[in-house]
Ligand binder design. Structure first.
Ligand SMILES: Cc1ncc(COP(=O)(O)O)c(C=O)c1O
Length: 389
């Protein structure tokens, strides 16, 4: 019986894939439905796409941007950096928002509403987008965690004004994101900086290590531990407590401004078959979900997986998350303490649901490099840790 199969946090890349991508790959984004409509710009990261939006729409001091209270912080910092004020709106414990509540927060200063689709699940934003359009307020969809859309809307024009994507969360690429604008921008977008070669090489080495590691048993070390940089998770929600800062690398590095996607990522993206990726992730999610149902101390965030949703991972709520993470890592499961740490510019006090999610969501891997055997191994390790804690 394979007991401790390594399950890396994300997909890896083999030498042959890299070599063949190098000889055959394209210089543009692949012709995927996500990029068929609107004005599409490949970017170095998702966060550089967000900063581009702020530049294009001339956001700055005096402007308000509504952002979801449950956030990573990397998507917030480029907005803070442009001088606009970020105003959070409530996200409930099921990771949904109420359109009327968002509308109530809008003032004459509001220039943009930022909506994040979580873990592959889409919000219905038609009503909000129409309401905002009537008032000349821009709506941006953050698709970093939801690459795939429902088949019937795939390839349809955006209902929002812009969408941003982040590729390394879904595919084995060293960098890359995209900005999709519904309408032609009224200034030219020029990304004249190359990403740092050393950083891209380091990321490729990490992807190759993941591929070599996958399918092995411990004692192989299971990849890099997620950087918490002092962002030790607070478990209580008492008012007045000091919240941990988010990791330093979540803050926007202005040296990456105007940076374009690496050639390596563009080439590797052309090797990917999105349909196969989506099917594998869905099958793994369903398998792991059924194996974890009823495990004491592990609460699924989403109770079922609709056929049109392609999941980023399997998010669960646990108490004592740092201990869970440590135990699972030593057992070869690279679970992620999702979005640990808090952006300093936001007032978190009015948003207990977001804080609960920030402190307790742990994501288990279901990506395309994994299979049923991995899911069984992950479930076994989760059950063991649950019985120990
Ligand atoms: C919701 C969300 N949006 C945007 C980003 C930024 O993407 P990137 O890491 O490609 O800059 C992240 C990164 O974690 C994120 O979680």
């Amino acid at each position: 019986m394979i007991d401790r199969l390594v399950a890396a946090a994300g997909p890896g890349c083999g030498v042959m894939e890299l070599a063949s991508a190098w000889s055959n790959g394209g210089q543009r984004l692949p012709d995927w439905p996500q990029f068929r409509f609107g004005w599409v710009t490949p970017t170095h990261r998702g966060r550089t796409a967000i900063r581009l939006i702020c530049d294009l729409w001339k956001l700055g001091p005096g402007d308000d941007v509504l952002v979801p209270a449950y956030n990573c912080g990397t998507e917030i910092d480029p907005i803070v950096g442009c001088g606009a004020r970020v105003v959070p709106y409530r996200i409930d414990e099921n990771m949904r928002f109420c359109t009327q509540e968002v509308e109530q927060r809008i003032t004459p200063r509001t220039k943009m509403v930022y909506v994040t689709h979580y873990f592959g699940w889409s919000h219905d934003i038609d009503e909000l987008a129409a309401w905002c359009r009537d008032r000349c307020i821009k709506v941006v969809e953050d698709c970093a965690l939801r690459f795939f859309r429902e088949p019937e809307s795939e390839g349809a024009p955006l209902v929002s004004d812009a969408a941003i994507f982040s590729f390394p969360k879904w595919f084995a690429v060293p960098d890359g994101g995209a900005l999709v604008l519904r309408e032609r921008p009224d200034m030219e977008i020029r990304l004249d900086r190359k990403p740092r070669a050393l950083r891209i090489a380091r990321n490729i080495a990490m992807l190759m290590k993941r591929r070599v590691m996958g399918g092995n048993r411990l004692p192989w070390r299971s990849g890099r531990q997620p950087a918490l940089n002092g962002a030790h998770c607070s478990s209580g929600l008492t008012s007045g407590e000091e919240l941990p800062d988010m990791p330093a690398e979540y803050y926007y590095d202005s040296r990456k401004h105007h940076c374009r996607i690496s050639t390596a990522s563009l080439r590797l993206l052309h090797r990917i078959q999105p349909g196969t990726v989506a099917r594998r992730r869905q099958a793994n999610y369903r398998c792991l979900q059924s194996l974890l149902t009823g495990v004491a101390g592990v609460t699924l965030v989403f109770q079922n997986l609709p056929s049109e949703v392609c999941p980023l991972g399997l998010p669960v709520l646990v108490q004592e998350r740092p201990r869970w993470i440590e135990s699972l890592h030593t057992r070869g499961v690279e679970a992620i303490p999702w979005w640990a740490g808090y952006h300093r510019a936001l007032d978190w006090q009015p948003f207990p649901e977001a804080r609960r999610l920030k402190d307790h969501v742990m994501v288990l891997p279901v990506h395309q490099d994994l299979n049923e055997e991995h899911m069984e191994s992950i479930a076994r390790q989760v059950r063991t840790v649950a019985s120990e804690l």
